[in-house]
Structure formats: C-alpha cells, structure tokens
Design a binder for this molecule. Structure first.
Ligand code: ZN
Length: 464
C-alpha cells in the first residue's frame, strides 16, 4: 500500500514536471498531497512536498543534477579506496595526524582546490574560489576522529589500530566531503566553497569551537553538515527543520561532610546519606518540568569512600549529565539541581561545590534551509526521509549559533537489526558514498539561496 502510494507520487511528480500550465500543476500537486496523507511513509511525504515545490521553481542547481550524480557515481571506486584506507587507520580526537595528511594529499591533487592556513594541529580547511565570489561563501563541514572501541565488524578492511575504530562513520564523512570536493572541482561553484575537516567531534572539549577560533567560519554565509545514519533507510536523505540534535551539560557535585567512627555515626555528616537524597530528588525533577521537546537527566558517576575500615566517608562526588533540545529546560534543570544540593547539604550540615561543563550546543537546523535540502535531493532523484529529532549530540551545533546551518543525514540501514553507530559491529555499504557526495556538493551549487541574517535568528530557541 505504502509502496503503491510512493509509486503514484513518483508518477505525479513526472506529470508535474512535464506539465506547462500552472493551473494543471496545482491540480496534480493537490492530488499528490492527498496521496501523501494516506500513507505513513515519510519518504513519500518529503519527496512529494519538496518536488512539488521544486516543480514550480525550475531546476534548483546551476548544473543538471543528473550530470552531477552521474559524475559522483564514477568516483565510487576511488571513494571506496579512500574510505577503506581511513577505516584501517582510525585516530582518536586531536591525534588525527595521518588522517589529516591523507585529506590534504587528496585535496591538493584536485584542480581549483586550495588548502588554507589553519592553526590547528589536526584537521584542515580548504577552499574552491567561486566564479562569482561576491555572492558569498558556503561551508561544507565534516568530522574526522575515531572512537576508542575495539572493532568486531568482521569487514576485511577492519581497523589495524588496537582499541580504535571508526565506529561513528567519520571515515565515511571525510570521504563524502572529499567526494564533494571532487564534484565541485569538476562542477565549479559560483559561490566560494569552504571545506572544513574538523577534528575531535567525539570528545569534550570538542573540536568545533577550536575550528571556529581558527577561522573556519571567517567570511562564511551558510554552513552545511551531515551524519551517516544507521536509523534511516539506506540511501535516504534525512531532513528535519528546527532543533535536530540535543545539547548537553555536565555537573560534578562534591559534598564535603565529616567522618566518624561507625560506633558513633551521630558525630558524622555522611555524604552517602546526603547524595542518596540528592539523587532521589534529581530523579523526581521531571515532575517540575513542562517541556515540549525531549530532555534527559542521567546519574553518571558516584563515589563515596570510607576514610578507614571503621570510619565513614568524608567526601562524596556525584556526576550528573543533562541532554536537552530547549535551552530553557536545561537552565531550569541546572538551577533546580543546584537548589537540591544546597538544601540537602544545609539540612545535614555539609558544604559543597559544583563544577559545571557545558558540553554541546543543540544543533539547530534553520527551517529556511530545509526546502533547499528537499529540492536538491529531488533534483538528484534521492529519496527523502523526515527523520526524528535525536537526543544524540554533534558539535556541529556550535557552527549553527554563528551562521545559518543545516545538518542532514544519509541513511545506511539495510536490515531491521542493523548495528548502530558507536558499536563494535557497525558496518555499512559504501554505495552510499557517491550519492551522498553529490547531495553534499549540491548544497554549494544552488541557483538561489534564501537571504538569511548571520548568527542565531530572533525566532530561534535562545542561545545556550
Ligand atoms: Zn559521529
């Protein structure tokens, strides 16, 4: 039934493209929308909505989309070779020296691509000058680091580095961004294109703010990012307008109590007793929150050691992490956690201190950029999927609070039990690389872009 609906929509799209009269186009468009309502298939909904939009605006790209995709497909053997080489040699955050050398070597061989000076020890910046640079600069960003995971994927090109693995697919990200550079080296853009190969997405502190400090966004008008996505069907281009990934925050609470002999507990101020109440109270905070978007509070670590065999602990430590889409919700959570600690410590006569670490900003996809993703994917003939906003995080969020940004995904899932990212068995089909490279490159080849004010827009959720 769903498949039938998708096919019908495909036919409608064909008819709309070949229909000259706008009135008739509108009629077919209305029928297409009605079909969309009858199916739960998000792919169909997205594809119809955006292709119908594109049908009125003409071709969205400055070159025929079919030429771009066809060229990207010729790159598949080369992209596969690059990806496998990177996969064999994963490097952890801020140690991506070999990886950076490989990226620079590949970029240097591409006509029109120029490496930019960058003060970072790993990662790099490059640029293709646009034929009409006065139109502005579009940035294409990817991350490049691996994870401290022992690979068990069983692929013949598995990691050769003990305890390290490209388990989040950043080997694929590098390859897709290099593929985009290859496409743009052939199909020269009007606007200047900045390539950002960013180190250390997987750690806190992370690489994005450092890349921004190093000038990654200087002169950039708009930035695009992506992740390959094990929870989306293979080949689908995933879109979501608004907050698409969560922000994160960490509190390390230290309670200073008083030790006493087990024979005389009345002389003690026991941090175990205090922190057990703090944990229970924090866990009840959901009763006080009115959130329209998901959030979470997790107890991550707790430590209270006895001073001696028969002497109770003096110090206690608790680590709490929050995840959120709405910065207001996080502000509320953090304030309440502090109140709880203060009141419980006062009640029992302990002192405390709290260290905070702001982990990630939420990733905000500018809604005005969503139609561009949908139109480009349709022009390239790639299926769309309206993905769910995730509680995962990506430091791509940092860029989005500086310049208009959008983060899409490329689907990998080929079976219901597909191993997800950050697991030792994560593996995926490299056939995703060429269409993803074409799609990512297409973000820099638009005929037109919405004019968006720089930085965080007034109607966006408040800056974390
Ligand atoms: Zn990742």
């Amino acid at each position: 039934m769903e498949q039938a609906a998708v096919l019908t929509i495909d036919r409608k799209i064909g008819i709309i493209r070949n229909t000259r009269s706008n009135k008739r186009k509108e009629k077919h468009m209305a029928t297409g929308m009605a079909i969309c309502k009858t199916t739960k298939k998000m792919v169909a909904l997205g594809a119809a909505a955006m292709t119908l939009h594109g049908a009125f605006g003409g071709e969205p790209l400055i070159y025929p989309a079919s030429d771009i995709l066809a060229y990207a497909k010729t790159l598949e053997p080369r992209l596969t070779e690059i990806r496998r080489d990177l996969h064999r040699h994963p490097e952890l955050a801020f140690e991506e020296f070999r990886t950076t050398a490989k990226i620079k070597e590949t970029l240097s061989a591409l006509p029109g691509v120029e490496l930019l000076p960058c003060s970072m020890k790993t990662g790099c910046l490059a640029e293709i000058k646009g034929s009409r640079p006065e139109l502005g600069t579009i940035a294409l960003r990817c991350d490049i680091d691996a994870l401290p995971i022992e690979e068990k994927s069983g692929v013949p090109y598995a990691s050769l580095e003990k305890g390290k693995m490209h388990a989040c697919g950043h080997d694929g990200h590098i390859t897709i961004n290099l593929g985009a550079a290859m496409v743009l080296s052939k199909f020269r853009p009007e606007r200047t294109v900045r390539f950002i190969f960013q180190p250390a997405e997987e750690t806190i502190p992370c690489g994005a703010p450092k890349m921004i400090e190093a000038g990654a966004l200087d002169g950039v008008d708009m930035i695009w990012g992506f992740h390959i996505n094990a929870t989306s069907d293979f080949g689908n281009v995933g879109w979501y307008d608004g907050i698409v990934m969560a922000g994160g925050h960490t509190l390390e609470i230290k309670v200073h109590g008083k030790s006493a002999h087990t024979a005389y507990p009345e002389y003690s101020v026991n941090p175990i007793v205090i922190l057990s109440r703090v944990v229970a109270d924090i866990d009840s905070l959901k009763q006080t929150i009115r959130a329209t978007r998901p959030y979470s509070v997790s107890m991550m670590d707790m430590e209270c050691r006895p001073v001696a065999h028969s002497a109770s602990p003096e110090e206690g430590r608790l680590v709490v992490k929050t995840r959120y889409h709405e910065p207001e919700v996080n502000d509320h959570l953090v304030a309440k956690i502090k109140e709880i600690v203060k009141s419980r410590c006062e009640l029992f006569g302990a002192t405390f201190d709290i260290a905070e670490e702001h982990g990630l900003d939420p990733t905000y996809n500018r809604p005005e950029m969503g139609p561009l993703v949908r139109e480009n994917a349709a022009a390239l003939g790639l299926p769309l999927e309206h993905i769910f906003a995730s509680m995962g995080g990506d430091d791509f969020g940092y860029y989005g609070w500086k310049v208009p940004a959008y983060y899409m995904t490329f689907g990998l899932r080929t079976s219901p039990d597909f191993a997800i990212a950050h697991t030792a068995k994560f593996k995926w089909d490299e056939a995703v690389l060429p269409p993803a490279a074409a799609m990512f490159a297409s973000c820099a080849l638009r005929r037109e872009y919405p004019s968006l004010p720089g930085g965080c827009p007034a109607d966006a959720p408040s800056k974390p």
